[in-house]
Design a protein around this ligand. Sequence first.
Ligand code: SF4
Length: 321
Amino acid sequence: MKIILANPRGFCAGVNMAIDVVDQVLKLQGPPVYVFHEIVHNRHVVDDFRSRGVVFVDTIDQVPTGGVIVYSAHGVSPQVRRESKERQLHEVDATCPLVTKVHMEVLRFAKEGYHIVFIGHRNHDEAVGTMGEAPDVITVVETDAEVADLPFTPDAKLAYVTQTTLSVSDAERIITALKARYPNIKAPPKDDICYATTNRQRAVSELAEDADLVLVIGSKNSSNSQRLVETARDKGKAAYLIDDEKELNPDWFTNRFTVFVTAGASAPEHLVQNLVNRLQRDFSASVSTVGSESSVEVRTLVEEDVAFAAPASLKKLTVLR
Ligand code: SF4
């Protein structure tokens, strides 16, 4: 069996920044450190932080008055910020700047009098935070079929934004349906689906052609990881989302000889390496001389060089401590 390894894969700039923020807060003040929702949607990352004294909370009243609260990469609604203020918490904001960009678009469209269609998954943390910016003038749409049920007249003043981690092709279908029904609907100035989501999906679409099995390292609640599996299946590939190599099922390999391996934006690289090692040890994966990483063929779509600086709120905490 041959392994093809996708590049890019795994951690994006937003996840790197968010994880680094929690590490820094742990170093600065020691445990317990309170984080609102999972810092990123990955079981291994979350379990590791839990073991080091991080407490993930779903409501602000779980944090002791006057304590420190870290907001996850997915962002929070203004209501959460208000509750933190009432409780006199020190906020450290690890929201990905590309999520914040969508929050800003919502605020601007709302101020200009638009009703906003949010294309995304209604219960996802990012969607809840973004829609909380203008809850009275925002409507969520998850599928192109739902566009037909929107209650607005064709001449309504509408704009749309999207969640950052959607399937590029699903989002295109929904946007096409919206434009067909509302020709004057206003688009965001720049695509909201982020570079990392787009690159990882394109890598699966364009680099996995000769693979007969696609394995995606990522957690079940990771939106962008799920979209990678869907992208592969749309291309007619057998594809599975696994948290780690322990979830491999030998039946998947029957009469399949080339496996394409990638990872969602919140999945740590060591899990990819564990998977590759296991494939070589137990599934006779072959050694190839192509690519820069030994024993696998690495296929590169694009080299990413995006990095986000630590948030100002972390620097403020550093000064306070
Ligand atoms: Fe930011 Fe995109 Fe990474 Fe989400 S997937 S944290 S939006 S870079």
